[in-house]
Design a protein around this ligand. Structure first.
Ligand code: C5P
Ligand code: MG
Length: 286
């Protein structure tokens, strides 16, 4: 059916169930399908050139527009909160208020840095960020078959849009819900527009009233792509889901998190820097 499912990075707890979902997605066809995807570490790579690939936050935080003092404070916040975000021994209820704290402190710091709208393209160009291998096929196929791609990100909307634009794949079928910057008349960042989206509130609560929420409710077959346990609720706002296939990239703390990911995601991709599996499934469905 889908040869890519035999790749060494693929783990599936219930293969018959997965085969059933994929068959049903094919039967429903392109007109019923939508792809709901996380951005950082899902569409973008986790690792590149031996190190970590930057997230949309990292890109800004490590850029030349941030003062040395600002960079240090942002790094301290990352070192403190990232282990909490990915701690397999804490519940989501424990993590949620801490994530709000992290994002709020970061946004506050960023608004003190005199960041200019006009700097963003250059910051992204200099960042070394990479989309996962196979991104062009993914974005182009979805566009070709008019399948909506809804990107739901706790990162920074202005940065991730620019990454996609510079990769020449920002097609008309893409909609994004993320944390967007608000600039004053002279183009300087003054605040972030609400509601604040962090790793563990990617659900209905922040989608109500958005334009794409309306649009997406008629597409009842879903492929969901994520890398965090928080990404599993991204499709909760779609009212009558017929079939949903959840594909999870397990990037970090692989051995510790394997069991939990296998229970939650239909397909788990371990240390896989490509979109080959998603592309293989789409090739079969479309
Ligand atoms: O797009 P996505 O929802 O994945 O964005 C959240 C990602 O951004 C998480 O992987 C988180 O670790 C990362 N992050 C970061 N710096 C922050 C806040 C979040 O790198 N200040
Ligand atoms: Mg992510």
């Amino acid at each position: 059916m889908v040869p890519e499912l035999e790749n060494a990075t693929v783990r599936i707890q219930r293969p018959e169930r997965v085969a059933g979902i994929i068959r049903s997605l094919r039967e429903q066809g392109a007109s019923k399908l939508q792809v709901i995807s996380d951005f950082d570490m899902t569409l973008s790579r986790f690792g590149c050139s031996g190190g970590r690939c930057p997230t949309s936050h990292n890109i800004l935080n490590d850029s030349r527009v941030i003062s040395e003092d600002g960079r240090k404070k942002l790094k301290d916040l990352l070192d403190y909160y990232y282990p909490i975000e990915t701690d397999p021994n804490r519940t989501l209820e424990e993590k949620r208020p801490l994530m709000v704290e992290w994002w709020s402190r970061v946004h506050e710091l960023l608004t003190q840095q005199n960041i200019r709208k006009g700097d963003i393209a250059q910051i992204v160009r200099e960042s070394g960020v990479m989309l996962r291998d196979g991104f062009k096929e993914l974005f182009d196929q979805l566009h070709k078959y008019s399948v909506p791609l809804f990107i739901f990100s706790a990162g920074i909307g202005d940065i991730l849009e620019e990454i996609i634009r510079q990769a020449n794949v920002f097609h008309s079928n893409i909609s994004v819900v993320s944390n967007y910057m608000d600039f004053d008349e002279s183009g300087v960042l003054t605040r972030f527009k609400g509601p604040l989206i962090h790793t563990y509130n990617k659900n209905n609560s922040v989608l109500q009233g958005t334009e794409c929420f309306q649009q997406l409710s008629t597409r009842t077959s879903i492929i969901l792509l994520g890398d965090s346990m928080g990404d599993l609720t991204m499709a909760d706002g779609v009212p009558s889901v017929e079939s949903i296939l959840k594909i999870g990239f397990l990037n970090d703390k692989v051995e510790e998190q394997r069991g939990k990911y296998l229970d939650a995601y239909d397909i788990v991709l371990e240390r896989d820097e490509t979109l080959d599996v998603a592309n293989g499934i789409l090739r079969y469905i479309l």
